[in-house]
Design a protein around this ligand. Sequence first.
Ligand code: GLU
Length: 469
Amino acid sequence: MTTAPAKPVRTRFAPSPTGYLHLGGARTALYSWAYARHFGGTFVLRIEDTDLERSTPAAVQAIIEGMEWLGLSHDEGPFYQMQRMDRYREVVAQMLEAGTAYHCYSSPEEVEAMRERMREAGEKPRYDGTWRPEPGKTLPAIPEGRKPVVRFKNPLDGEVTWDDFVKGTITIGNKELDDLVIARPDGTPTYNFCVAVDDWDMQISHVLRGDDHVNNTPRQINILRAIGAPLPLYGHLPMILGADGQKMSKRKDAVNVMDYPAQGYLPEAILNYLARLGWSHGDDEVFSMEQVCSWFDGTHLSNSAAQFNIEKLNWLNNHYIKQADNERLAALAQPRMLAAGAVFDGAPALPAVLALMKERVNTVNELVDAAMLFYRTPQPDAALMTQHLTDAVKPALAQFAERCATVEWTKEALAAMIKEVLAANGLKMPQMAMPLRLIVTGQLQTPAIDAVLQIFGREAIVARLAKFL
Ligand code: GLU
């Protein structure tokens, strides 16, 4: 897989719209997308919505929104399986005609009874082939009024083998496989059959999907062979486990991709995290999507389940927040700050505040919490004020306030001025910085006081000091 594939690369992401876009699905989408981008191929989005009871338009919307937020743009589609019913019926008819599929009139009760017999005999339960036509075999009389299903005539012998580009060679004996129902009595096609027809029609060259589909692959390969379709190459990705090493569940893990923007994660952090969760490029931990696309050639995919690790995601999110343009962060932070009661009128410019605060936060929400100190009226605790605004400090603060009127309003000049005032009054830095912090922000924990003062601006500082002195 290190050399360019011979045929044009066409990959697909084929979610069933029964819920939101979850992390595992997003990783499958990312790998399929990156693989197509790497080889200058085409990435197809296909919505597998034939399960009418569980599929909803809201889930389709949620999946598309998730893909858009991550920037995983598709080149073709979305194709909806429900809009391709005529095509599936056509292929079923062709297979009946060609003898690769047959009508089966066994009732569900009969099928269950034959399965039960096999279970009792210690065999693997499967359809016993009652209605499977063979040369020289006489089929039973068709029961009156019964509508047949259509079954695929799976090869009886031999095996199905494919070189999975994640798991290596996988071989499954045809004896393990049933004569799959490909159309129900009302003519609606079934899951594995639709996937095979779609992969054929959409000329999919590489199928990357979760390894919960490994059991479907030999069935799909047999159907593809029977309809004369070329076989895609398959890669089955191991699961993503929760932080506790168990299967991820929405009860205990944040599995919905679209919960992440609300929690203040940037899409590039999620993408970087997912890219690394099951794939590697040397020892690299931080990479852009341009780099992923240029490196992602189907090699270095891990064959063992990856475990979700929020600390690592937080570390990446911190990295991307530090890198992010401050205007972009401001656009993300402002609505959240307004909701938290921030007052922007006459307050410092948000991008400058975020630039000061973003070093140590893991999420945009933490950034918002940190930045709020510039956007609400400080209400210093009275007891803390008494403790820090002592008689020894008051004259120094008064001098400081006076000099604020004329000092050059830069961080450096402010720092120098504070030093002079401290020296003139025989004080140490915390003695003045603590009450200053309380007066200006209402809290004792802030970034460096000179930076805080500079950002607030002369007018605001003079006004706040005047209230207390
Ligand atoms: N629709 C399937 C799912 O959501 C994926 C099928 C496939 O990739 O072949 O799990």
